[in-house]
Ligand binder design. Sequence first.
Ligand SMILES: NC(=O)c1ccc[n+]([C@@H]2O[C@H](COP(=O)([O-])OP(=O)(O)OC[C@H]3O[C@@H](n4cnc5c(N)ncnc54)[C@H](O)[C@@H]3O)[C@@H](O)[C@H]2O)c1
Length: 156
Amino acid sequence: MRVAMIGTGYVGLVSGVCFSDFGHEVVCVDKDPAKLEMLRAGQVPIYEPGLQELMVRNMESGRLHFSNDLPAAVSEADAVFIAVGTPARRGDGHADLTYVFAAAEEIAHAIDDYTVVVIKSTVPVGTNRQVQKIIAMANPQADFDVASNPSGPVGA
Ligand SMILES: NC(=O)c1ccc[n+]([C@@H]2O[C@H](COP(=O)([O-])OP(=O)(O)OC[C@H]3O[C@@H](n4cnc5c(N)ncnc54)[C@H](O)[C@@H]3O)[C@@H](O)[C@H]2O)c1
């Protein structure tokens, strides 16, 4: 399966590397150029024992790539995972879904074949429905479904 992982932080990087190790073709997308440069050089920016070895092995096998080109990654993917940050909002502490919704909009414009959009970020109940609406409004032709695959603590 071809996977695009949108957001290459703790959750996206660990998930993307592990999916590639299972044999999937994975493109990990991020907007942070410094992070991408580090990853492409085979360096892991987080503390996760064993991850670097696994990452480098799968990069060398050609199954794992790092990119800032979200449209290209999405248009080639069967499944697109949203793993961007959802920081607690100042004041009420609720998850700030700004990055999730922005990613959904970007993904929408790049869908050109049946795609499963999987929300991996930690989000409140009802978010799938909102993401579904954002994608359908941004790209009424898009053939897609939205699913949930929430992360527990990394490694869980
Ligand atoms: N870190 C954990 O241990 C943990 C555990 C469980 C759940 N979560 C949840 O997982 C989600 C991700 O957390 P994290 O700690 O990996 O976040 P993070 O902040 O480490 O990484 C998010 C990444 O997404 C990138 N990004 C944001 N918008 C983007 C876009 N439109 N396109 C491409 N890249 C984009 C950022 O540059 C950043 O590198 C959050 O919802 C968090 O609550 C995290």
